[in-house]
Write a protein that binds this ligand. Structure first.
Ligand code: LMR
Length: 394
């Protein structure tokens, strides 16, 4: 039977990781996969995570299964982190998932199960794996305009015009903060306008929040998600702990289904648990347990927040350094958007050919749509990147 299998297109981000590994040049610069790196190029284990792991090693006396939804304490801690008191706790059904991607996948399956004709509206562009999973599940995708190639900001009017075409029962996928791949984000006034469209159309929002704490701060980055969740009758939220806790390989995420119909919560909770059981049974626990320990311990939490803030401000520093270096070299303000973007990524806004040229000539690895991982830079590589951008005529 295996002879009938077909080669699948490689995931662009993962293929780039491999190309970078295979490049022998010592001067190569990795701006590909979305992983935080410090100035030495290391993706460190956060101090609070290490401390929690130590405590866990001492105290944990069993590895027996948790529950299909994971440990409820993890859901409580994460719901508090993401939603605070935006909605009553009894309006949220939640399950732990293998990473944020696991939450996204379970959310799409839930949508398909609830409404097989639902269309999912996605920003143009969006994280490529959104499209890949939707395609794999056979869910109809509708693009909405998002990135303005001229300003490198959000094409807000285009976005609103497009999401207005959603029908009741369709889903609008939104990035809660730090838009991946562009780095261009809505302001709160614009988010309120999006909420108005959701209410007018009856479309259900699904929020993917994978970078809380990487943009403007932990609370600020959750503000849009809280606004949406508190304003609409139903929404889905896929949250990731990979980046803000730096526990990528532990696969730690949470899917939340928020509904103001609290009487249906048991049904929602049971359905999410059912989906977990069908796909992988019990979700991974190690990362979720560390997150729970950190969020429930004042000292660990304070240290985690302090380190996350260091990470966030270092990325902001890199952004402004890159923008000013480009201003110096180009004698213009046309790269100012790099300092305005938030999160790990910025879309430079150039052609795949120029991306290849920068890779071949200068060993700079960015995704072919010109998404750059800002955290892959340091003060020594910024001038090299800036020069390569100018040389390529971007
Ligand atoms: C990314 O966008 O680079 C990350 O979310 C990693 C991934 O799985 O693609």
């Amino acid at each position: 039977m295996f002879e009938s299998l077909k080669t699948r297109p490689a995931d662009g981000i993962l293929a780039l990781m491999q190309m970078y590994k295979d490049d022998p040049r010592p001067t190569k610069i990795d701006l590909g996969v979305g992983v935080y790196k410090d100035a030495t190029g290391l993706t460190p284990i956060m101090r609070a995570v290490k401390a929690a792991e130590h405590q866990l090693w001492e105290a944990q006396d069993t590895k027996v299964y948790t529950g299909l939804a994971g440990d409820p304490a993890f859901a409580d801690a994460m719901i508090d982190l993401v939603l605070r008191d935006a909605v009553p706790r009894d309006s949220v059904a939640a399950v732990a998932t293998p990473g944020g991607t696991g939450a996204v996948r379970q959310a799409f399956e839930l949508i398909q199960m609830a409404r097989s004709d639902a269309r999912v509206f996605v920003s143009d562009p969006t994280w490529p794996n959104h499209l890949s999973i939707l395609g794999y599940l056979g869910i109809e995708v509708v693009n909405y305009r998002y990135f303005d190639e001229d300003t490198r900001g959000v094409d807000f009017d285009g976005m609103i015009e497009d999401i207005k075409t959603a029908r009741a029962g369709d889903v609008v996928l939104l990035h809660g903060c730090c838009h991946n791949p562009t780095g261009a984000n809505l302001n709160m006034t614009e988010w309120r306008a999006v909420v108005d469209v959701l209410l007018e159309t009856g479309a259900v929002p699904m929020i993917d929040i994978a970078y809380q704490g990487f943009g403007d701060g932990l609370e600020e980055d959750a503000a849009a998600t809280r606004l949406v969740a508190s304003s609409v009758p139903e929404c889905l939220i896929a949250a990731s702990c990979s980046k803000n806790f730096g526990i990528y390989r532990e696969r730690t995420g949470l899917l939340m289904a928020v509904s103001h119909n609290t009487e249906a919560r048991k049904l929602h909770q049971d359905t999410l648990a059912f989906l977990n059981r069908q796909n992988f049974s019990f979700p991974p626990d190690h990362g979720a347990r560390l997150v729970t320990m950190i969020l429930n311990d004042d000292a660990l939490k304070a240290d985690w927040m302090a380190e996350l803030e260091e990470v966030r401000s270092s990325m902001l520093g890199l952004r402004s350094q890159l923008a000013s270096e480009l201003q110096r070299l180009s004698g213009s303000d046309r790269f100012g958007f790099l300092a305005q973007h938030r999160g790990m990524f910025s879309r430079l806004g150039t052609t795949p050919d120029k991306v290849v040229e920068m890779r071949e000539k200068h060993g700079i690895y960015m995704v072919s749509d010109s998404r750059m991982n800002i955290a892959g830079l340091n003060e020594h590589t910024i001038p090299i990147l800036a020069k390569a951008i100018i040389d390529a005529g971007v």
